[in-house]
Design a protein around this ligand. Structure first.
Ligand code: CA
Ligand code: CA
Length: 264
């Protein structure tokens, strides 16, 4: 079984990538990148030394093609939504935040919005769905992980080649780590996009998933949502594509933002 998976991953990770195919949503100028249908190995393999129990067992999963936003939703994009809808969050529980979308640190307009809970992210997706007439939602975990892994020519772990030149993560107390000079969030796409054309899947901010958190073969507990990708405060091991965490959907963290999926 493991040998078969290794061959599969070797082939998968050797795919030559074509020029990214994009689509720009007109009202918000949010850019989406096409991710074609395909199959991949979800989870981590035992060889991965950072593998956590909830990333096992490795299993083949097939995904239908989808559009994914090129980057995390920014402060500027969030502001447009709030201004046009007079959005008032129904729930909030602040963790490292002054208020919804307001962390305790300074951000540029092009930084990813944080202090956004799952309901806020859903409200944004629903608003954009309505005005664009296209089904827009948060990513399912398998879609996100597929986009993350599909982009890296890496046998087995597809993610442990991340370093400070490729992503924003924990760079120490004021220290620099290659190009990563950021103590908090970095402007989206400061680091090069992956071969699919998508930025910051690993690092910058954790991203809300559509899914309730569950462990393979154990029914969902239906009280926490999955977040993926690691953020500016994360150790490198959390930037692995298969790494996952779970948090309560009403919580606003200064390390968590979101991106979108479009089905059209
Ligand atoms: Ca950093
Ligand atoms: Ca991210």
């Amino acid at each position: 079984m493991i040998k078969n998976i290794a061959i599969f991953v070797l082939i998968f990770c050797s795919i030559a990538y074509a020029t990214p195919k994009n689509w720009i949503e007109k009202h918000t100028n949010i850019e989406f990148i096409w991710v074609p249908s395909g199959c991949f190995i979800k989870g981590c393999l035992p060889k991965d030394k950072d593998c956590y129990f909830d990333e096992k067992p490795p299993r083949k999963v097939c995904v239908k093609g989808f559009w994914i936003s090129k980057h995390e939703i920014t402060v500027k994009q969030w502001r447009k939504f709030v201004q046009e809808t007079s959005y008032k969050p129904a729930k909030k529980e602040l963790w490292g935040c002054v208020d919804t979308a307001k962390p305790q640190f300074k951000q540029t307009e092009d930084d990813p919005v944080v202090c956004i809970n799952w309901y806020d992210a859903k409200a944004f997706a629903n608003w954009l769905s309505k005005i664009s007439g296209i089904k827009i939602r948060l990513p399912k975990e398998i879609e996100w992980e597929y986009a993350c892994k599909g982009a890296q020519n890496r046998l087995f772990s597809c993610g442990d080649d991340i370093d400070g030149n490729k992503a924003n993560f924990w760079s120490g107390f004021g220290g620099k780590w290659g190009k990563d000079k950021f103590k908090f969030t970095a402007p989206v796409c400061f680091f090069s996009p992956n071969p699919l054309g998508v930025c910051d899947l690993s690092g910058n901010v954790w991203e809300w998933m559509e899914d309730w958190y569950s462990i393979p073969n154990i029914p969902s507990l239906k009280n926490k949502k999955v977040i993926k990708g690691g953020g500016w405060e994360s150790q490198k091991k959390f930037l692995r594509c298969s790494a996952r965490k779970s948090i309560l959907p009403e919580r606003n963290y200064d390390t968590v933002g979101f991106r979108l999926i479009a089905i059209k």
